[in-house]
Design a protein around this ligand. Structure first.
Ligand code: NAP
Length: 299
């Protein structure tokens, strides 16, 4: 009789448009692991019960997405030994593994973005960086950039308290690191930067304006948009037109998935499996109808 598959999955609300199941299931198949990665759309009022029932449900590992990355920490002491270093650093969880009945909490957005950036643009070391947006993803991004010893970070958010919070967090973790918050996009001084990162959701909807003008771009700038659906935002189209280096966020999604998978299976994911996962994501993006291209991103 065939053994029942190990169960993994994604919790969030809503998560209909998640590409993670395709990516993880393709990897399990190629690795010859009898496992299934499912979507668990959990309503906010059901979250606590759901987390308490993971053992009973036989779930071995989970990814966590919006709106629960910070919320799950309400059910575990931040300083608990079951929280990884990165969880303690940025107070957000995107991976849970259940081993010997114990829940362990991780954040793979940080190493995932690190690997994604290195793949596209090399290390952030000594680079001058401008970040648009200061939400959850920006926090992970800023942490990676500081860890990689960037030369400088300027950060802008429409809500200044959020960018100031990131500045405070990074200065607390990396004393004397040169990070500052600015009041408007012009003050990001993109002309003096080597890397521009869009960590706002602006660009996901077809009628979103582009936050940057053509004049702000220059040949020494690399533009990284965290958005992956649509694959080419107005910002990336502008970078393409200006013939400067650019990338969407698909490889960030890929590498946070690779880092999570390494925790799920407790070993390194080989290069050929990473390529299988990448192809699965590309196939999913290609399946999305053009009319649905916008605002359908939920991992
Ligand atoms: P979030 O927590 O909502 O943060 C977005 C931030 O951008 C918020 O602080 C928001 O302010 C700010 N913002 C909105 N409009 C702005 C504008 N015009 N100028 C400056 N700041 C503005 O979202 P998130 O989770 O960080 O995600 C941000 C983006 O990254 C999303 O598109 C998400 O899909 C993408 N993402 C991609 C990956 C990946 O794997 N590629 C992973 C995570 C996130 P308000 O809250 O005041 O609106």
């Amino acid at each position: 009789m065939a053994k029942t598959p190990l169960i993994f999955g994604l919790i969030g609300f809503p998560i209909k448009h998640s590409f993670s199941p395709a990516m993880h299931n393709a990897a399990f198949k190629k690795l010859g692991i009898n496992a299934e990665y499912k979507r668990f759309e959990v309503k906010p009022e059901e979250l606590e019960d759901f987390l308490h029932s993971l053992r009973e449900k036989g779930i071995c590992g989970l990814n966590v997405t919006i709106p629960y990355k910070e919320k799950v920490l309400e059910f575990v002491e931040l300083e608990s030994k079951n929280n990884s270093f990165y969880v303690k650093q940025i107070k957000a969880v995107n991976t849970i593994i259940i081993r010997d009945g114990i829940l362990k909490y991780f954040n793979t957005d940080i190493p995932g973005f690190g690997r994604a950036l290195v793949e596209k643009n090399g290390s952030a070391k000594d680079k001058r960086i401008a970040i648009l947006g200061a939400g959850g993803a920006s926090r992970a991004v800023a942490f990676v950039l500081a860890e990689h010893k960037a030369k400088e970070i300027a950060i802008y958010d429409i809500d200044k308290t959020k960018s100031l919070n990131i500045v405070e967090l990074i200065r607390d973790r990396f004393p004397d690191f040169p990070i500052h918050s600015v009041d408007n996009i012009e003050d990001l001084k993109i002309k003096e930067k080597n890397l521009l990162i869009n960590a706002t959701p602006i660009g996901m909807k077809p009628d979103d304006r582009c936050l940057i003008t053509e004049e702000m771009l220059h040949k020494n700038l690399f533009v990284y948009d965290l958005i992956y659906n649509p694959p080419e935002t107005k910002l990336l189209a502008l970078a393409n037109k200006a013939k400067i280096g650019h990338s969407n966020g698909l490889n960030m999604l890929l590498y946070q998935g690779v880092c999570s998978l390494e925790l799920f299976i407790d070993r390194k994911v080989p290069f050929e499996i990473i390529e299988v996962m990448r192809q699965a994501l590309i196939n999913e993006i290609n399946k999305v109808k053009l009319d649905d291209r916008f605002h359908k991103q939920g991992d």
